[in-house]
Design a protein around this ligand. Structure first.
Ligand code: NIG
Ligand code: FE
Length: 419
């Protein structure tokens, strides 16, 4: 049995309470439900009570001796951060392509010449389960040190049934063995592998008739994602793949309008996707449709930054009523970062979001984007005891002093895992 944990005297306890039933939109994204001089009592892996120091003092005074007490004076306490879009499980690195891009090559040129996703696919196919596990675990350790307690992880660097399953099994094992929780997404439609270059529809058929049914049968993923982009998968192919997944219980997500406008946002709304991700080039009509359909925009400002492109217009999306979440997109080509704090900074600096909005986007709305908002994403009694403590006095300072890892303590399932 682990001891209860009592976090006391937080200068700001940003609970994010009240958004568990549906994604937070509009002005609601500025509502952090902050308690000053706040306390939280964690027990048996759950949040038992949240409130003012004086209130918890009253209730737990007699049990103080049992608890591990964390003095959070001068610090900000938030829900454990959630990253709702990563390509965590992959082998190798692509710093050579970074250098090529700095010398003028584009992301799509590199991919079309056999690099990009194809390079990481080759490395991932060649890696053993053990090698893939070790490399991915290192990244997951770093996520945790940056205050993240749950990550979504996509396959998509196998592109054969066997290699996609290898990636998903590594994710499953990481979920079991690592403090950070993983939520898996099947992304067999991440690229048309080179061996199918001349007949891409045959690859789409393979994804639909073999990969999706087998991944679903083995319960290796909850979501199904596709890279809908000119030169990768068309909106029609994307729709077929996402509808096939839905028939097998895999909820649709989509990489939409990243490099070129391609009506990905419109498609996400039409099929009722849980989220549409990237959206750098989403049309106004697509944004409107997403707002009407309640599709979450998962914005990835690190990717725009690293690809030296203009960021998605987070401000416009929030103002249009779209629920916004943010994420690292952690992957070896377009965003090799593990830092959600940096992503929040970029959300403010490059997408016009406020410090409160980026925190909502990295907690409760991120939880909605992976259908976990009943469990995580806010500090409320009954939820899982995932909490991050930052060594800054308030949520504005967290964004103001940008580019620094201010994480002081991380508690996962009621246990202190970073101190
Ligand atoms: O989300 N855009 C497609 N997929 C990833 C990049 C994958 C890669 O370059 O390896 C993304 O940016
Ligand atoms: Fe991605």
């Amino acid at each position: 049995m682990t001891r209860p944990v009592w976090i006391r005297h937080a200068s700001q306890l940003a609970t994010l309470a009240g958004g568990s039933l549906s994604p937070v939109t509009g002005e609601g994204m500025n509502e952090l439900s902050i308690i000053e001089d706040g306390s939280v009592w964690l027990e048996n892996g759950r949040i038992e009570r949240v409130g003012a120091d004086s209130e918890l003092e009253e209730v737990y005074r007699d049990r103080a001796g049992e608890a591990e007490i964390i003095d959070a004076s001068g610090r900000l306490v938030t829900p454990g951060l959630i990253d709702p879009h990563t390509h965590l499980v992959h082998a190798g690195t692509r710093q050579n392509e970074f250098n090529m891009r700095l010398n003028g090559a584009t992301y799509m040129e590199i991919m079309n010449n056999g690099g990009g996703i194809h390079a990481t696919t080759a490395a991932t196919r060649n890696a053993s389960h053990e090698q893939l596990f070790d490399q991915s675990k290192k990244r997951l350790d770093l996520f945790l040190l940056h205050g993240v307690t749950t990550v979504e992880a996509k396959s998509g660097y196998g592109l054969t049934l066997e290699d996609e399953i290898k990636q998903l099994e590594v994710a499953k094992r990481l979920d079991a063995e690592h403090p950070v929780d993983l939520v898996s997404t099947f992304m067999g439609a991440h690229a048309v592998p080179r061996e199918y270059k001349e007949h891409p529809d045959a690859f789409v058929d393979l994804v639909i008739s073999e990969m999706i049914p087998e991944v679903a049968r083995r319960k290796l993923a909850e979501f199904n994602d596709v890279f809908c982009e000119r030169g990768v998968f068309t909106p029609e192919q994307s729709r077929r793949i996402l509808e096939a997944g839905a028939l097998h219980g895999l909820l649709p997500k989509i990489h939409a309008d990243e490099i070129e406008p391609y009506e990905g946002a419109e498609l996400a709304a039409a099929i009722g996707a849980v989220s549409a991700d990237h959206l750098l080039r989403a049309s106004d009509r697509g944004i409107q449709r997403m707002a009407e359909a309640g599709v979450i925009a998962v914005l990835l400002p690190g990717t725009a930054f690293f690809l030296m492109a203009e960021s998605a217009n987070g401000r416009k999306m929030i103002d249009a009523g779209v629920p916004v979440a943010i994420s690292t997109d952690c992957n070896p080509g377009s965003s090799p970062t593990v830092s959600m704090p940096l992503i929040m900074n970029l959300g403010c600096l490059k997408m016009g979001m406020t410090p409160a909005e980026v925190l909502t986007a990295a907690t409760i709305n991120a939880a909605h984007a992976i259908r976990r908002a009943h469990e995580i994403g806010s500090i409320e009694a009954g939820k899982r005891a995932d909490v991050t403590i930052f060594d800054v006095p308030d949520f504005m300072t967290l964004q103001y002093r940008y580019g620094v890892n201010h994480v002081h303590t991380v508690i996962k399932n009621g246990k202190v895992v970073v101190a």
